[in-house]
Structure formats: structure tokens, C-alpha cells
Design a protein around this ligand. Structure first.
Ligand SMILES: C[S@@+](CC[C@H](N)C(=O)[O-])C[C@H]1O[C@@H](n2cnc3c(N)ncnc32)[C@H](O)[C@@H]1O
Length: 253
């Protein structure tokens, strides 16, 4: 049966938040400070050489400001395109059981729920305030309601490193920009092992991130999954994201 759910575009009242708001704020403060100091700093004449530190500082400041702008454009537009890209990598039947790890305000959980008829989409998170603006269960639920999929989602307060779901519970597992927030390598390896554990035989995980992606690919491969890693998506994600596709083989696993 093909999916007949609502279209993918987010409705206007839905806001999936700004990733790493403190990082954006720090880049902005540093950028404005450097550009301003650089603008006013006169060139220095040192033993016959002209050293234009001000100009270097000014341009470095502008680069910092550009990073903020790219991150905000990703959060407001790019992440919706990236979500649709990830959703488009699955052949939906509508009855899938889906998990979004680090769902935040529900980006992939809600996107997946819109593809479902009889299936269900779960979102888990630990709601780190510094990882996403206004990050909360309430805001994820509000978005699910606005997108008309509240009945098809379930949100749980769970850590990617230790999930309560049964082995082989999911047909599809998504995660976007979550795993790099686990700072120790063993924690990230644990999360990868958990992803492999909760996938059904034949099921697919799509893990998107900008850091440690080769490590995730290696760790998922070590659990016996068939893994491929995309090139970075330079045009509509910032920092540029790569997607790991990991498929759990059927049969004796
Ligand atoms: C940058 S946000 C991305 C949110 C969402 N996936 C998106 O793309 O809009 C990262 C999310 O991962 C969550 N997170 C961080 N560490 C986690 C962990 N160990 N387990 C579950 N969620 C985690 C944060 O609370 C945050 O909601």
C-alpha cells in the first residue's frame, strides 16, 4: 500500500528550532568584536614593513558572522530539505515503526509520521537546552499537533546510549545532528550498538551528522550492518552533513 499522508512541507506555525544557539551567539559576538576592532585598527609600521593586522581581523570577523548566517539559514530552510532528503531514502509502505533519536522539536519523527498510515513514529531525546533553541517535549508535541500527526507519534525521555526499546523493534531509525553531542567515543559507540540492536532484520538506519561520521560507519559495520557513507551535502546543510545508511542483514544476525 502506498502512502497517502499529507505533503512534506512544514506548515507555517511549525518551528523546528535553531541548532546550537549558544555556538551561533558566540560566533556572532566574536565576529562583531573582531570586525569592529579590525575596522578601526590602524596599520602598523614595523622596521620598514607595514603590518595590516586590522584588515586580517576585520575579514576574520566577517567570516565568523557568515558562519552564523549559514547556521541560521540551515536551521530555517536547509533542515527541512535535509529532512525530506532523508525521508526520501526510505521506500515507505505506511505501516512502519520508526524511531528518531535526538528528535528535538520533532523534525524527523513528525516527517516520518506524515508518511505513515497504520505505523507509528517514536522520538527520543534528553532535551539539552544548548543543542537546540526551546528544546522540549512540549514543543515537539505542539509541532506534531500543528502538523496533524499527534496520534501517530510517541515521545520518550531517553538517552541514545541506553534505550528501553526491545531488540528489533524498528523498521526505520533516523538521527540528525544528535550523536556528536555525546562527547566520549565509548558513549558514541554505545549509541551505535543500540541503533543496531533496535533495528529489525532488513531494516535501515539513516544517521546524519557533521562530525565522527567515519567512526559511526565503522562502529555500525562492526555490529554486522551493511554501511555506506554519503559525501557532505554542501549546498543546503551547514555545517555540511553526511548521511550514513546502515542496513541490518536479514536471516541469522
Ligand atoms: C542539534 S539538536 C537536533 C535536533 C533534531 N534532530 C533536528 O535536527 O532538528 C540535537 C538533539 O540531540 C539531543 N541529544 C543530545 N544528546 C543526546 C543523547 N545522548 N540521547 C538522546 N538525545 C540527545 C539534544 O537534546 C537535541 O535535541
Amino acid at each position: 500500500m502506498r502512502n497517502t499522508a499529507a505533503p512534506d512541507a512544514a506548515t507555517p506555525s511549525v518551528d523546528y528550532g535553531i541548532d546550537a544557539p549558544c555556538v551561533i551567539r558566540n560566533f556572532l559576538i566574536a565576529g562583531v568584536a573582531m570586525a569592529s576592532i579590525g575596522w578601526f585598527l590602524p596599520a602598523l609600521h614595523v622596521i620598514g614593513f607595514t603590518v595590516n593586522l586590522g584588515s586580517a581581523l576585520f575579514w576574520w570577523g566577517l567570516c565568523n558572522i557568515a558562519v552564523c548566517i549559514f547556521m541560521i539559514v540551515y536551521a530555517k530552510r536547509g533542515k527541512l530539505r535535509h529532512r525530506d532528503r532523508m525521508l526520501g531514502m526510505i521506500s515507505w509502505t505506511g505501516d512502519e515503526c520508526v524511531l528518531d533519536i535526538g528528535t528535538g522539536r520533532g523534525l524527523l519523527m513528525i516527517g516520518a509520521a506524515k508518511k505513515l498510515t497504520t505505523g507509528k513514529a517514536y522520538g527520543i531525546d534528553i532535551w539539552n537546552a544548548e543543542d537546540l533553541s526551546d528544546n522540549s517535549v512540549q514543543n515537539a508535541l505542539k509541532n506534531a499537533e500543528a502538523e496533524g500527526v499527534k496520534d501517530k507519534v510517541e515521545i520518550r525521555n531517553e538517552d541514545a546510549r541506553k534505550m528501553s526499546f526491545a531488540d528489533g523493534a524498528f523498521d526505520v531509525v533516523f538521527s540528525n545532528l544528535c550523536l556528536h553531542n555525546i562527547y566520549d567515543p565509548e558513549g558514541r559507540a554505545q549509541a551505535c550498538r543500540e541503533i543496531a540492536r533496535v533495528l529489525k532484520p532488513g531494516a535501515t538506519a539513516l544517521i546524519s551528522d557533521f562530525r565522527h561520521t567515519k567512526d559511526y560507519a565503522r562502529m555500525l559495520e562492526q555490529t554486522g550492518l551493511r554501511v555506506s557513507l554519503s559525501l557532505p551535502y554542501l549546498l543546503d546543510t551547514f555545517p555540511p552533513l553526511r548521511i550514513i545508511k546502515a542496513v541490518k542483514p536479514k536471516g541469522n544476525f
